[in-house]
Design a protein. Sequence first.
Length: 279
Amino acid sequence: MEQTQTTNDQYAVIGYPVEHSYSPEIHRIFAQQTGENLSYELLSVEPENFEAAVRKFAATGGKGLNVTVPHKEAAFKLSSVLGPEAQQAHAVNTLSLLPTTEVRGDNTDGIGLLRDLTQNNHLDLSGKRVLILGAGGAARGILPPLLDSDFAELVLANRTVEKANELVELFNAAESLFVCPFDELGDMGSFDLIVNATSAGLKGESLSFPHSCLGSRSFCYDLAYSTKQTPFVQWARDHGAGNAVQGWGMLIEQAAESFAIWRDVRPDTAPLLQQYANH
């Protein structure tokens, strides 16, 4: 006779701030769709309390955590076992709290982006010129699978080249990753794919990227997402980009990858993509 499970496995997203996260709703829908028995909550935790909060969550039966700003590097340091993408990026967005008390860290950001680009938006990166704007934590998370793709040229642009060069060194990518300051982008010509990994424009400031980066076939992808138009997407559309989308698809796909790591079943992202990605 089949035994009925009476308690839900516990999961959460941990960040600071985290109140506006869509992760609980996304994972509840995934659980309902796959028949998995779990609960999912928000944990707003200040940086100095991160490790203690993870240990407490594990001690009270927690099975896994999605990790968001500003804890991804702290999650990397806390992990005793690392997936390959997390090992490369030195950043973790998915923690699995194992029965052995070990903590496994994975990074699904880049996988989520690549899946959204190639499967949902049907973008072929082979032979393409790719530009990443920004060299902070967001860029760090998406670089591993992009570096493994068959691009023609991959340019990492940042206000200061020192920070971009740190990522080149971290990924041992001197031969495949070209660094450029923002103020020299005007000489680089147009790109097939432009990924915005900066927070530029979100606080009301104007975008200072040169329009010459854009061509009529340029696909522009903003890692940020909002129920309103993001400044980067608006800028791209105003200046003739072939297409410009927000990061809803990446959010959903990286969540699906986390869910699959935890539950060993892959949810169907199509219904959620339809619900969110049309913003």
